[in-house]
Structure formats: C-alpha cells, structure tokens
Design a protein. Structure first.
Length: 116
C-alpha cells in the first residue's frame, strides 16, 4: 500500500491550493478516503471524507464551504481543493484510508503554509 501526497506549498491568506494523493497497492475504487491534517504542537485532526464512488462527502466544520474533496478512480487519486485559506489551515496534510486487513494507512504528508 502506498499513498503519496503532493501539491502543498506556501500561499497567502485567501489563496487556494489543490492537494493530490496518488494511491497504489490496493483496490482504490473500493475504499472511502480521508484527508487529515496536523498543525505544529497539535493532534492530527480529520478534515474530509469521500466514499468509494465519490457520491458521499463529509467535512469538518472548520473547512466546510471552503474545501472540496473529490476523487478520480480511473487515476487512483483523491484530491483536496482548498479555497479561502486561512493561517489556521497551516499544517501537514495527510491522505488516509482504513481497511480490515491492513488497518490505518497514511501517506508521508504534504506541508501547507498559509502566511503573508
């Protein structure tokens, strides 16, 4: 199982970024996927979920209306479009999924910094 995040970087407040997570080693289209984030000195927190087909999504209240999770099962990739970014969105963002056989699987993370 491999999850590889990309797309992070430095952005000004109010700006946008799109994160990507390329998955391999499992049947991607069979699993719901999550994005989590961890800010310095804080616990990792859940950000968004998308079902295996993409037909259902959920968001943390802190990002609802600003972030959009999506997926392309043909490309084994899940995305997180982040708009209206705030300094408090600064964190390392992780791709995640859970399966009965493997348990939790995480990517290496991608750093997002929102600062002027």
């Amino acid at each position: 199982v491999q999850l590889v995040e990309s797309g992070g970087g430095l952005v000004q407040p109010g700006g946008s970024l799109r994160l990507s997570c390329a998955a391999s080693g499992f049947t991607f289209s069979s699993y719901g996927m999550n994005w989590y984030r961890q800010a310095p000195g804080k616990e990792r927190e859940w950000v968004a979920f998308i079902s295996s087909t993409g037909g259902s999504t959920n968001y943390a209240d802190s990002v609802k209306g600003r972030f959009t999770i999506s997926r392309d099962n043909a490309k084994n990739t899940v995305y997180l479009q982040m708009n209206s970014l705030k300094p408090e969105d600064t964190a390392v963002y992780y791709c995640h999924y859970w399966s009965i056989g493997v348990g939790n699987s995480w990517g290496q993370g991608t750093q997002v910094t929102v600062s002027s």
